[in-house]
Design a protein around this ligand. Structure first.
Ligand code: CP
Length: 334
């Protein structure tokens, strides 16, 4: 049984098939691939796009979605094995995942890191526990990666460039300022899919401390070795933007500072100039700009960039619906 935890677990042919099916769903939204089937959407964190697009996507394919928020409208869950459960949690993932699997055909999970200890967060324990105990396929709705966002972005780029072959495009993943330290998930994912698609990828970040986890840097290196693209890291804004075909922005907290964010804050605050603005975009090869959203305007990117024809963030957000329908259809009918 196949899950959708990371794109890296799927072959390039499987990803291409999902993207092709997503493009077909975009042309004609109705289908019966989930007729009589259901999905549990388990949210430990807030969402606008993910929840809306999954609920509607299931409906459009004849299925039904149930949204659960443990600790809010569902019981708090324990994930540790062997724990004496005398705290807040009322039930264990061993029961939760197996019970849900008796009701639904797919389980999808959003569980952000705790931001205290990256060595713990990088184990992705919540998602892995759902995958371990569920007897139906599990979908990652964003934990320490965001594979659905990856596919939506890839489809948006394929549409923009008018080809499914993105090899040779110059892709810049730029860190941006944000007042809070954010999840590295979308950055990990952007790096993963851009290198998987054979693009020439630059990871632009303020200092070496903002490098992503070695697991994802390794995936990037493996991907370009296979795809023929390239990957490098830069701290030079002008050099990175010059000639870029794609600028993808995301803010994230520096991994060495997990759990001691007050020490990271001065570094982050010193790099507010990483905002995506018209002057930087003017250096590109008439490049497109995108972001996973939500985005703080005039903090991560200026109004002018967000409202420019180069911005494809809304297209990418729409594509969440189409690619997720394709993922659900593939998993529910394997
Ligand atoms: N990009 C994204 O996942 O949006 P939400 O957090 O609103 O779901």
């Amino acid at each position: 049984m196949k899950h959708f935890l990371n794109t890296q677990d799927w072959s390039r042919a499987e990803l291409d098939a999902v993207l092709a099916q997503a493009a077909a769903f975009k042309r004609s939204k109705a289908g019966d691939q989930l007729k009589g089937k259901s999905i549990a959407l388990v949210f430990f964190n807030p969402s606008l796009r993910t929840r809306t697009s999954f609920e509607l996507g299931a409906f459009q394919l004849g299925g039904h979605a149930v949204v659960l928020q443990p600790g809010k409208d569902a019981w708090p869950i324990e994930f540790e094995l062997g724990k004496v459960m005398d705290g807040e949690a009322e039930e264990h993932i061993a029961e939760v995942a197996r019970v849900l699997s008796r009701y639904v055909d797919l389980v999808a999970v959003r569980a952000f890191p705790k931001f205290q200890d990256w060595a713990v967060d990088r184990e992705d324990k919540v998602l892995r526990a759902f995958a371990k105990y569920s007897t139906v396929p599990v979908i990652n709705l964003e934990t320490i990666t965001h594979p659905c966002q990856e596919l939506a972005h890839a489809l948006a780029l394929q549409e923009h460039f008018g080809t499914t072959d993105l090899r040779g495009k110059k892709f810049v993943l730029t860190w941006t300022y944000h007042p809070k330290p954010l999840n590295t998930a979308v950055a990990n994912s952007a790096l993963t899919i851009a290198t998987r698609m054979g693009m020439d990828v630059t990871l632009l970040c303020p200092t070496p401390e903002y490098a992503l986890d070695e697991r994802y840097l390794g995936w990037a290196r493996d991907n370009v070795a296979e795809s023929g693209g390239s990957f490098r890291m830069s701290h030079d804004i002008t050099e990175a933007y010059t000639g870029a075909d794609v600028v993808y922005a995301k803010s994230w907290g520096a991994i060495p500072y997990f759990g001691r964010w007050e020490q990271e804050k001065p570094i982050r605050d010193a790099h507010k100039h990483f905002i995506v603005d018209e002057a930087k975009m003017a250096l590109t090869n008439n490049g497109v700009f995108s972001h996973c959203l939500p985005l703080r305007r005039n903090v991560k990117a200026t109004d002018a960039v967000m409202d420019s024809p180069q911005c494809i963030a809304i297209e990418e957000a729409e594509n969440r619906l189409h690619v997720q329908k394709a993922v659900m259809a593939a998993l529910a009918n394997q």
